[in-house]
Write a protein that binds this ligand. Sequence first.
Ligand code: FE
Length: 134
Amino acid sequence: MKFRVVKSEAEWRAQLSPEQFAVCRQKATERPFTGRYNEHSAAGTYRCVCCGQPLFASRSKFNAGCGWPSFSLPLDEAAIAEETDRSHGMVRTEVMCSNCGAHLGHVFDDGPGPDGLRYCINSVSLDFEAAGKG
Ligand code: FE
């Protein structure tokens, strides 16, 4: 998969915290119920922590009880890239930032909305921008 924003491992390590690097660039998963946006319900936009691309709107966020921020849909389909993930003995759909390839989380088909989708996203991959700013 090709992305517009391409940086070396050293550049990403310099820009990101160790936890952000592990999740976004090495596809780690934050421990459930530990992320800063898990129970976050303010109005605004969630951007990619690596490149700033807007990814999810607070109006699409819901509490799935799974321990990670969950969204029923992305802000724009074009903001998200998906790939089949066969790691850990499961077949899942990985969700990435379409601009820089940051690992965000996975999308499942057990969501409550009309599309039935649940975008299960690491808080670490996100940066929240409150509505009405800038
Ligand atoms: Fe990004």
